[in-house]
Write a protein that binds this ligand. Structure first.
Ligand code: C2E
Ligand code: CA
Ligand code: CA
Length: 492
């Protein structure tokens, strides 16, 4: 509608229309038309969310269509680039909205300087920048890669601002018109957007060219994304639980909740298959809420059955952690299940806390710790968190990543790395948990090195909720038996 209203033809014919309305229907109708038209324009152009984006994308598509129809340099001699900043919310959190606009303006200036005459740049309202190339006979895919590199270079150069310099990173996706069977502006823009989405999955600073395979993956991901909310309603999203053991006592020290999607057509999907479809959307929060509720419900059921599971650890996404209501939501859920905060552990990826300054995530984690919930730093050793950051988050445990655990029983290098993490944890007064423990030999070595807790396939795979109780009972019996063997009954 906005695009229709903006057409020059409509503006030109408006006076004729007004005259016709006045002749045929009188003054009142003329009044209605003169009040109604600007109102419709305002609504379509400003008030309806999303409409201006469509209008700008329409301009991009019109430009691409025009370039595709221009055969002076031969057929299909153009390409489209979409540039996205790696972390726009960080930019805004760190520098504020005004600075963010200033940075954007500097990037646009830099890109314009790197473009040739006839190339066009469009900022879209989703924060991305689109570059449409003027037709050129010599343009091939290699040339596109070089241009993408050049655009990235100008954006990633340190920028001097009034209060210091700033360095932003970006991803670029691109598509050459010849890569597509359908020669339309819309198809070309969408193909470059598919490519930039893929680049963003490998951020920071990734470049990706469009391929048909990417489009198929994206299509499959879109289908999963569209079906996720109803899958939650239908009970298809289920928390599985993987036990964690204390290396001292052998007792269960907690369980980690891991999401599974029982898909009616595709079977049981692990998170690796569906999380990419949810990433960056509010559906991540829906997942977090669902996992939290199922985990606390399971914990209450184990309590009622007299089975001791001290805490359940839930993985939360950046979207969850950025939500200002996050600590309250945990408190409400705990309250609803009548459980004290220490029964819940919040798993936060080390990479999320690395490099954070005073932003909402930091404040949320501090509030969660103050409430009495545990915080486990997940995938520890892969995320470059500084010691200052670790101290300020006061986690309960460091979860040593599987990459350090693999082969720790025989590989000296692995032993050195694990020992280094264990002594860091000791200095900071934190507990440790090794994840992805697959063999008895790894388990034994980790215990010997002084790692406090272990989790992995050698103990149990992530179990569906109806199998957890059976496993807990069996484990209790195994422990009691081991204790009887270690302490033979006294002779009468
Ligand atoms: P993670 O948090 O690091 O979870 C551990 C992963 O290692 C799980 O994969 C688990 O099944 C697997 N694992 C456990 N023991 C072993 C072992 O001995 N050997 C090996 N090779 N792997 C082992 P899963 O369930 O496929 O989850 C993958 C990732 O998806 C998780 O990694 C976590 O980052 C994410 N994830 C899982 N559930 C959720 C969720 O509810 N919310 C969010 N935001 N992320 C989740
Ligand atoms: Ca985890
Ligand atoms: Ca992990």
């Amino acid at each position: 509608m906005a695009a229709q209203l903006r057409r020059p033809g409509l503006a030109v014919s408006l006076s004729g229309l007004a005259l016709a309305v006045y002749w045929m229907a009188g003054e009142l109708a003329l009044l209605a038309l003169s009040a109604g038209f600007p109102l419709a324009f305002l609504l379509a152009g400003r008030l309806l969310p999303g409409v201006p984006v469509a209008a700008v994308s329409d301009q991009v598509i019109d430009r691409l269509d025009a370039v595709l129809q221009d055969r002076t340099q031969g057929p299909n001699q153009t390409g489209c680039f979409v540039l996205q900043f790696d972390d726009p919310s960080w930019l805004c959190d760190r520098h504020g909205r005004t600075r963010q606009s200033e940075i954007l303006a500097a990037c646009i200036g830099g890109i314009r300087g790197a473009m040739r005459p006839g190339d066009m740049l469009f900022p879209l309202e989703d924060g991305s920048l689109v570059v449409v190339l003027a037709p050129s006979q010599r343009l091939d895919l290699e040339g596109m890669v070089r241009i993408a590199g050049r655009l990235q270079l100008v954006v990633q150069q340190p920028m001097a601002l009034a209060d210091g310099s700033v360095h932003v990173t970006c991803c670029i996706g691109f598509c050459h018109a010849r890569q597509l069977a359908t020669q339309s502006g819309r198809a070309l823009l969408e193909a470059a957007q598919v490519a930039v989405d893929e680049a963003l999955r490998h951020r920071p600073g990734a470049l990706r060219s469009y391929t048909d395979e990417l489009a198929l993956t994206r299509y499959a991901r879109d289908i999963l994304r569209k079906g996720f909310a109803s899958a939650v309603d239908a009970g298809q999203i289920r928390a599985y639980f993987q036990p964690q053991l204390s290396t001292d006592s052998g007792e269960v020290s907690g369980v980690e909740a891991l999401a599974r999607w029982h898909h009616p057509e595709r079977g049981c999907l692990p998170p690796g298959e569906f999380l990419p479809a949810l990433e960056g959307t509010d559906l991540m929060k829906l997942l977090g809420r669902e996992m939290l509720n199922q985990s606390l419900a399971a914990l209450s059921a184990w309590d009622r059955a007299g089975l001791r599971v001290p805490t359940v650890a839930v993985n939360f996404s950046t979207q969850d952690l950025r939500d200002p209501q996050f600590p309250e939501q945990l408190a409400w859920a705990l309250d609803r299940h009548d459980l004290p905060p220490l029964r819940l552990t919040v798993e936060v990826l080390e990479s999320v806390v690395a490099g954070l300054e005073d932003d909402i995530i930091t404040r949320n984690i501090a509030r969660v710790t103050a409430m009495g919930c545990g915080v486990d730093l997940d995938d520890f050793g892969t995320g470059n968190a500084s010691i200052t950051a670790i101290r300020s988050f006061a986690p309960r445990r460091l979860k040593i990543d599987r990459s350090f655990v693999r082969g720790v029983d025989h590989a000296r290098d692995q032993q050195k790395l694990v020992t280094a993490v264990l002594s860091l944890a000791e200095q900071l007064g934190l507990e440790t948990l090794a994840e992805g423990v697959e063999t008895q030999a790894e388990h034994a070595m980790l215990a010997q090195l002084g790692c406090g807790h272990v989790q992995g396939f050698v103990i149990a795979r992530p179990l569906p909720p109806d199998e957890v109780m059976g496993w807990l009972i069996q484990h209790r019996e195994r422990l009691a038996k081991a204790l009887r063997i270690n302490m033979p009954a006294r002779q009468p």
